[in-house]
Write a protein that binds this ligand. Structure first.
Ligand SMILES: NC(=O)N[C@@H](CC(=O)O)C(=O)O
Ligand SMILES: [Zn+2]
Ligand SMILES: [Zn+2]
Length: 349
């Protein structure tokens, strides 16, 4: 297959950042995605419906003048202080589509996250009652737990009990990286789903660490061994509607990643749907891309599927070595100075 037409896709997990950065992060997202679930890990974090509305306005303002715009779907950052009233307000708002749980210290800008998960139960009860999805960065932060085991231990210690106690709560385990996560989600009821990034489909820890350390492949949860990558590819291309597209495109300046203590996050928004096409092509599963990229996400979030299409063609193009991040900074995108095998040739609307 050399050409593929899909319902226009959406991205169910992205970091757009704020301020000046929005001018480039939004433009990259608006290339082909119609909607995106926007992560709330700003400094300070987006903790209320009012702050989310202001952030959405800044995103929409940054898109003025673009040929195509996308619709930002906002999220709240869950803290020990998130009240049942705020949850109800969010559920009744038109713009907030989920609440994001970051275990304190688990990832970039998660210092305000939750330290004691048991204390959250009244908030989760309100979310279940008002049918507001819980989105999770699923890693424990205990110092004695090896970084490669943190997702599995989170599932065993925290996610399994939460899913059991709140059987009607819709849960998205974000950016899954292990066979353990695939198995947990697959075996859970239909209210538990997962997003999968394109970098976790295309790479494993050997790509990051053999022959030299590649800081632009460093993200959290960290790339795992090849058997986990294979399980993710299997899940994404299975046609199971529990698994859907979430890029976790997370810009950091080149300078802050190429450092003695580099930041976690991979930038993929410049080539996201094209790289997913490569990953699915590698599995001979291009026929499964549309479900994963364009159908299962809106179905899970109970939003309408998009009605227009994009067309990809097998055609090689080069990714620049550096891209602007806002007007002042630059970042190193995934595949910098290398080629991508698929290109979008038309986006009808
Ligand atoms: N994935 C990452 O490595 N980084 C994300 C945060 C996150 O999604 O955990 C970021 O905001 O930079
Ligand atoms: Zn995360
Ligand atoms: Zn993320």
């Amino acid at each position: 297959m050399n050409e593929l037409t899909l319902t226009r896709p959406d991205d169910w997990h992205v970091h757009l950042r704020d301020g000046d950065a929005l001018s480039t992060t939004c433009a990259d997202m608006a290339r082909y995605f119609q909607r995106a679930i926007v992560m709330p890990n700003l400094t300070p974090p987006v903790t209320t419906v009012a702050l989310a509305a202001q952030y959405r306005d800044r995103i929409n303002a940054a898109m003025a003048g673009l040929p195509h715009t996308f619709e930002p779907l906002m999220t709240l950052y869950l803290t020990d202080q998130t009240s049942a009233e705020e949850v109800e307000l969010a559920a009744n708002s038109s713009h907030v589509k989920g609440v994001k749980l970051y275990p304190a210290g688990a990832t970039t800008n998660s210092d305000a996250g939750v330290a004691e998960l048991d204390g959250l139960y009244p908030t989760l009860e309100a979310m279940e009652k008002h049918d507001l999805p819980l989105l999770i960065h699923g890693e424990v932060t205990d110092h004695d737990i090896d970084i490669f085991d943190r997702e599995k231990v989170f599932i065993d210690r925290h996610l399994a009990p939460i899913a059991q106690r709140f059987p009607c709560l819709r849960i998205v385990l974000e950016h899954i990286t292990t066979k353990d996560a695939v198995d947990f989600v697959r075996e859970s009821p239909a209210n538990v789903g997962a997003t999968i990034t394109v970098h976790h489909l295309l790479l494993n820890r050997n790509d990051m660490l053999v022959g030299g350390i590649r800081p632009h492949y460093y993200c959290l949860p960290i790339l795992k061994r090849q058997l986990h990558q294979a399980a993710l590819l299997g899940a994404a291309t299975s046609g199971n509607p529990k698994f859907f597209l979430g890029t976790d495109s997370a810009p950091h300046t080149t300078h802050s990643k190429e450092s003695s203590c580099g930041c976690a996050g991979a930038y993929t928004a410049h080539a996201a749907i094209e790289l997913y096409a490569e990953a699915f092509d590698g599995e001979n599963a291009l026929d499964k891309l549309e479900g994963f990229a364009s159908h299962f996400g809106p179905d899970f979030y109970r939003l309408p599927r998009n009605t227009d299409t994009i067309t990809l063609r097998r055609e090689t193009w080069e990714v620049p070595g550096s891209l602007p991040l806002g007007t002042e900074s630059s970042l190193t995108p995934l595949r910098a100075n290398e080629s991508v095998a698929w290109r979008v040739v038309s986006a009808a609307s």
